[in-house]
Design a protein around this ligand. Structure first.
Ligand SMILES: Nc1ncnc2c1ncn2[C@@H]1O[C@H](COP(=O)(O)OP(=O)(O)OP(=O)(O)O)[C@@H](O)[C@H]1O
Ligand SMILES: [Mg+2]
Length: 410
């Protein structure tokens, strides 16, 4: 492995799996050179509930990725998710007194948007400016150099519970690594699976994992809305276990092997063998019966997603439709079901625009992990930043987040 400065590591602490992905950035190309994955036991609905178990899983996943990449991982970009995450839009305004907008003005206007009271138990994770208005002229991406009297901006501010972020960081420190940055999971996934055009014209990304379903809406190349639901594919396992009287692990196996999201896609003739709870002998059920348990839960999850899209006010502003990713949409029929529920075009999102171990990471379960590497590579300054939660000055963190944005867009 060449220069360590060019190496970025994404650590996705999912509810069902922990994965570490190592990427090397050379000549404008990101090559994935290491992937480590291990079942996750210490998280519930995207939040750490058992430190020791989480640390153990992190160590195994990271060691595997290190072996494959032939490097020692010192610092990672980690994803954050869970029902505690809140995305809000703030508005900022400053006066310019008839002169050109400077970079310092941009900092000031974002700061003024950010003067919204953030409660002491919440940590700012991202401050992402959407666009600027100079003297009523809206939709300006980069106002530096424009003359005016009044500069305004809308910013998307993502906050999370301080304790949830602290526990995440504590686990990584205990596993012997530093945290370069904490990134909202769907922002990471969007880096891996969305195209520039989709983000420009309007798209929603939905990452349906084991314990959470994460949503982000983009238009005009800016993030407009984020929401995290504490529902995911693991709920299907419980439904199947109850419905068919099988163990949870058998339920998951059945779902992953034979599950179909839309029951009308399965013929009633197809049968599958199942092991009942308590080691009773095997019996046969129709595959349709299994899909009739799965369908209503998938419908529930994506109906809640639809409600969020309507709540965002962007439902009619998504010509590029929806991109679905995460392990739960691997299931046959997912695209058709989501298309039907959301009433818009839907495609399956898998990580793209990376080289190296392409075949391994071409799977929706790696969208967040690969996206974290891409986020790191597009914000290289972060690789030396060591996050401390609630340090002396909250605004320092805000400006650090802004700095990321400057690097990305200027
Ligand atoms: N072929 C498949 N068919 C149906 N479900 C699948 C399939 N493969 C994986 N899954 C399900 O996908 C889920 C895991 O997805 P993913 O790896 O994206 O979640 P995670 O990142 O661990 O969790 P989260 O993001 O919710 O914290 C599990 O519920 C798993 O059973
Ligand atoms: Mg996930």
């Amino acid at each position: 492995m060449s220069d360590n400065q060019n190496v970025f590591v994404g650590l996705d602490l999912g509810t069902t799996k922990i994965c570490a992905i190592v990427g090397e950035f050379n000549n404008n190309e990101l090559e994935i050179v290491g992937v480590g994955i291990h079942p996750s036991h210490g998280l519930k609905r995207g939040v750490v509930v058992n430190i020791d178990e989480t640390v153990d899983s992190i160590k195994v996943a990271v060691e595997e990725a290190e072996r494959m990449a032939g490097c020692e991982i010192q610092s990672v970009h980690v994803g954050i998710a869970g029902g505690h995450i809140k995305g809000i839009t703030g508005h900022g305004m400053i006066t310019l007194r008839n002169r050109e907008v400077t970079k310092r003005d941009i900092e000031r206007v974002i700061e003024s948007a950010n003067a919204l009271m953030i409660p002491a138990d919440r940590e700012i994770i991202h401050v992402i400016p959407q666009e600027y208005t100079v003297d009523g002229e809206t939709g300006i991406k980069d106002p530096v150099g424009i003359c005016g009297i009044k500069l305004e901006t809308n910013v998307h501010i993502v906050t999370g519970q301080v304790t949830a972020a602290q526990n995440l960081i504590k686990c990584i420190h205990l596993a012997g690594m530093d945290v370069s940055d904490v990134v909202l999971e769907q922002i990471a996934s969007s880096k891996a699976v969305l195209t520039h055009d989709e983000k420009e014209i309007g798209v929603v990304i939905i990452d349906c994992g084991g314990g959470t379903t994460d949503i982000a809406i983009f238009s005009g190349s800016s993030i407009r809305y984020t929401e995290n639901l504490t529902l995911g594919g693991d709920h299907l396992d419980k439904d199947i276990a109850l419905g068919l009287s099988v163990s949870l692990s058998e339920a998951r196996k059945l779902k992953e092997r034979y599950g179909v999201a839309l029951s009308e896609l399965v013929s009633s003739e197809e049968t599958i063998q199942i092991d009942s709870v308590g080691g009773r002998r095997q019996r046969q059920i129709s595959r349709k019966e299994l899909s009739m348990i799965i369908e209503p839960r998938m419908e529930e999850i994506f109906s809640l997603v639809k409600r969020e899209i309507i709540k965002s006010g962007h439902q009619n502003l998504l010509p590029a439709g929806a991109v679905i990713t995460g392990g739960s949409v691997i299931m046959e029929g997912s695209v058709d079901l989501v298309e039907r529920i959301l009433g818009m075009p839907v495609r399956l999102g898998i990580p793209m625009e990376v080289g190296g171990l392409k075949d391994i990471i071409a799977n929706p379960i790696y969208s967040t992990g690969v996206g974290l590497v891409q986020y790191g590579a597009s914000n290289p300054d972060n690789s030396v930043r060591k996050i401390r939660i609630r340090d002396e000055n909250i605004f320092k963190k805000v400006f650090d987040s802004m700095k990321n944005w400057f690097q990305e867009f200027f």
